[in-house]
Write a new protein. Structure first.
Length: 204
């Protein structure tokens, strides 16, 4: 008899769990972005990679796929970044050759035994190196301007992403808020199960 009571309790709890799982699903609007959907398939994959996902990035990516202006903006930004990096690489490569030359030349000059001749050549190298630095000073100034512009672009892109996706999350919050009747119903069901458990549990 006691065994059958425990079996009954187990079945009641199992039934309650199944009903709760069925009713616990949130119905998502059709126009909800994929990044905010919680279907069973998406839930499993998103749970496994939850630490890697970025909702702002995912939502903006979906917006960009639907908006040609955003796509053109991204293409222009990528082109700017690529050309910027290529320019920096070419300039650094160019500048490194001159720097290496002056290091090697000064090393050679140090081997001159005649002190007067050595000082004369050292002066010549110093004068030419200063002349070179003056020539490239305009380039270094432009590099600073480019770096500031690149930083400004990235800042404004962050602002754009946040403001555009903020509209989406606000709409999601409004359209997909779970019905308050559901937890109230669950509380009533849980109360019944709890009372049944009490009535079937042997006194101890």
């Amino acid at each position: 008899m006691l065994k059958s009571k425990y079996c009954f309790i187990f079945l009641v709890v199992l039934l309650f769990s199944c009903e709760e799982n069925r009713e616990d699903k949130i119905h998502v609007k059709k126009n909800t972005p994929k990044a905010l959907q919680n279907s069973d398939e998406l839930y499993v994959s998103s749970f496994e990679s939850r630490g890697k996902e970025n909702l702002v990035s995912d939502l903006y990516q979906e917006l960009m796929e639907k908006n040609s202006e955003l796509r053109k903006l991204e293409e222009s930004r990528n082109e700017f970044n690529e050309r910027h990096q290529n320019y920096l690489y070419r300039f650094d490569e160019y500048d490194s050759k001159s720097q290496q030359y002056y290091r090697d030349a000064n090393s050679y000059v140090n081997a001159i035994n005649d002190s007067i001749l050595r000082k004369k050549i050292e002066h010549l190298l110093t004068r030419n190196e200063e002349k070179y630095k003056h020539i490239i000073s305009k380039h270094t100034g432009l590099q600073n301007d480019l770096s500031k512009l690149s930083s400004t672009i990235e800042d404004r892109l962050i602002v754009l992403k946040v403001l555009l996706t903020l509209e989406q999350i606000e709409k999601y919050e409004k359209d997909n808020l779970p019905d308050r009747k559901e937890p109230a119903s669950l509380i009533r069901k849980g109360g019944k199960v709890s009372s049944k458990l009490d009535s079937l549990t042997p006194k101890y």
